[in-house]
Write a protein that binds this ligand. Sequence first.
Ligand code: F6R
Length: 617
Amino acid sequence: MCGIVGYVGQRPAVDVLLRGLRRLEYRGYDSAGVAFFRGSKIEIQKSEGKLENVEKLINQFPESAEARCGIGHTRWATHGKPTTQNAHPHRTGHVVLVHNGIIENYQEIKRDLVHRGHQPVSETDSELFGFLVFEKMESGKSLKTAVAESFREVTGACSVVVMSEKEPGTVVGVRNGSPLVAAVDPKGGVILASDAQPLLEYTREVVFLEHGDLVLGTSSGISFSDLKTGATVSRSTSVLDWSPAALDKQGYDHYMLKEIFEQPSAMVDTLNGLLDRASAESFPLAAQPAVELLNTAERIVIVACGTAWHASLMGKYWLEKWARVPVSVELASEFRYRDPAIDKRTLVIGVSQSGETADTLAVITELRKKGFPTIAVTNTRGSTLAREAQAAVFTNAGPEIGVAATKTFTVQMLTLLCFAAFLGKRRGQSADADEIFSQTLRLPHLLSGYLDVRSPLRQAIRETAKKLLNLRGFFFIGRGYCFPLALEAALKLKEIAYVHAEGYAAGELKHGPIAMIDQDIAVIVLAPNDAWREKTFSNLEEVKARGAQVLGIGNPRDESLRKVSHFWIPLPEMEIHESLIPFVLTPVIQLLSYEFAVLKGTDIDKPRNLAKSVTVE
Ligand code: F6R
């Protein structure tokens, strides 16, 4: 996902920008660039590929060391391919900007700009913002006013940092969704970035901008204002007093929390590894041995354990719907001792974060030896599973330290979604593939907009956990995509909060477990706006009539769900294809179990009796 750094002050700006961008590399990117003042003119150097390419360009400009003001960017392509032309910073006349996030109404904006005689040169939505600022500055407005007014014309969750040759030595940033953090440089000046990492080298006192904040930095100081009203606002400084261990956790109280919040960047890195990002196709799997195996599969068996099994169950929904290939999802520990009736046209996929889970490994090793086509989907390069399977596909979530799987669940689902959509396209079955693909690319941005430590969503989850804490038991129910999520939610709650929870297909409750329902049982109903919502709603009424404490989780505008539920967690507002809703719901169920565990005071990162990698059967 894109990373932003901006600097104005006494230090060599280009050095600050490049060091900052290095610290943001973990977010994943496919092009990079910096812009800096040479006198009153702005120089831009950018390139597709890695930051090293930009450094080489900069090295040809010894005078860049003199610059004291600039902005830098690492881009992960969503609108337009990862080319140098699409890389940031973008210039419109004297205005130069970097942008992180999505401008939803870019098509309307582009149409109007072209109508007014402008010619955008890139394929990005970001560049368009520069035209809006440019026009306003040309009519006599200051950079700050022009940025604020331009922002009122765009919809979507994003942040920008802008400079203009008309106001050398000023950087203006806005946060309207994607995070932006600012700090005063103790040596004089201001540094801005998409997260706190680049700032920590200079100071521990940082300001996390709120949604709708505009920040103006010059070498003499910083000021904040409200984007809508223009009124000055004061923002308190957070002191990131992080010990080396906390620094490792980047200030989060637990690795699990950090890893929940890392899901957008884990998705970016996974997509970068899986897809051919230069292709104009949707879901273009990068050429690799697994692709041929997928293409020729007539039937698929997925084997996994625990959370990986839940991700695999989700994969079945997409694979069957789009690729029209029969899929069975098997618990590895059961499958290995069964005598399953499968033939060599069956592709066997082993899904495992660690790549060392004994049961999953045993199935893949044995079937590969018998000549079955096998693929490992794993987060661990060099793992035994990756070596044993005929082909390996890596989920690039980075190390997952918390024992409870969180970000690896998301990227396992994402990988299977890409397999399904890719095969669906090949087999002519997925009519919406282009739309789903562009939404998939935008998902990490959208998720990072609401996955914020201080977000109202997190507060709502925390408050709800407090109210439900002392109940006797918990049922998570859902249909369709929400069924595997219900299973995963219950597993998370059990393993880190040590409370009894079960996940059920909502339609199954009345076949037995409903006998348990009384006022001491919570039923957590996963009912987003999808094809199954009405049916799930009826199941909610059944348990409510029997006294259950109902927590509804659904669309923020679902008034009837809100009214009928005793407790209510609205999902973040976003227009999204229903097949992608699991990615929005996942952090919510993870945070719910996390908040329970905090209240219970359990050892969240190392829950009792559990191991990160289960190498015994
Ligand atoms: C739950 C969890 C476990 C693992 C399972 C499989 O949070 O972490 O259920 O998902 O032990 O592990 P891997 O994916 O390494 O095969």
